[in-house]
Design a protein around this ligand. Sequence first.
Ligand code: GDP
Ligand code: MG
Length: 370
Amino acid sequence: PETISIQELANRMAERAVDVIRLLMKQGQMVKITDVIDADTAQLLAEELGHTVRRVAESDVEEGLFDVPDAPENLVPRPPVVTIMGHVDHGKTSLLDALRSANVVSGEAGGITQHIGAYQVTSPLGGKITFIDTPGHAAFTAMRARGAKVTDIVVLVVAADDGVMPQTIEAINHARAAKVPLIVAINKIDKPDAKPERVRSELLQYEVQVESMGGDTLEVEVSAKAHTNLDKLLELITLQSELLDLKADPERDAEGTVIEAKLDRGRGPVATVLVQRGTLRVGDIVVAGAEMGRVRALISDKGTQLASAEPSMPVEVLGFNGTPEAGDRLAVVENEARAREITDYRKNQKREKAAARSATVRGSLEQMMS
Ligand code: GDP
Ligand code: MG
């Protein structure tokens, strides 16, 4: 059932919380400021205090915001979005860096040293590939929990000198739960103690059967350090993505997911957004989580200013009024009033959840003390 804390109810009516408490006491209810009451009681209280109540259901506010269907006639192929996962120290970061630097055209400075949450490379088979650098499994899980499906393909990195380890298994389970195909990259094959065969048979125990073991999981032996077989890996990704037949409608308003976000001293809130549907344009009014804004600038992974960003493109979005959170889904809305309605509602939801949480903590503390 819908609930609201006394504090939040008072805030929304611009009344003092003590007056709300007093009114409830008159009705024989003993409450504290942190207690939550149900929406019907809250409505009666508010009306008694002379306020007009408009109950807004989530379904109303969020209606039609996400998962707006594409127009089938507008569908065109889009690049695959790839996440690299695997056990710590097996070479995820090295591989991401190697793929990026191998693909940087000379003169395209782009700041290869600067950290960026996502970037695109060109496949040797043509077409682009988007890589996202999710800072670990926790972020991946958080994004999934918020209903954000960002990855089309997981590249599972397994170090040939170390074999299948706990986070390798975790990554396999993540990919399986998200119904995302795996490509196995057996890394560090430059090392004298590399045992790629052992990796293949260990993977069998987790029902990952690579091609050379008679299965249909694509595999490649690589060295992030020696830049061995990086093109082969990119080719496999393109092949896998062709099997997936990834398409999007670039004509419509954009939907996307915030990969990471920060408050930049000079530029204000900066969100790295993966555009997943439609085209995001400078001037669009957007919402992401509890934040809204008008897109002031779009900056590519190469550091160039763009007028628009198409499906599967990662872009830095400038113009948010506040800093959204990684995993927040982004949507374009028709005007600022609509954006404000959505973000006001979400801000309230956030506050209420926090209040309910601290009330619960307080309650259990009081129980422990008595
Ligand atoms: P992550 O924790 O999975 O991101 O792993 P890193 O990319 O940080 O790599 C962990 C260590 O393995 C670093 O010292 C890398 O230099 C090293 N490393 C990564 N890839 C290779 C490789 O292909 N060959 C060798 N010999 N070392 C590698
Ligand atoms: Mg790393």
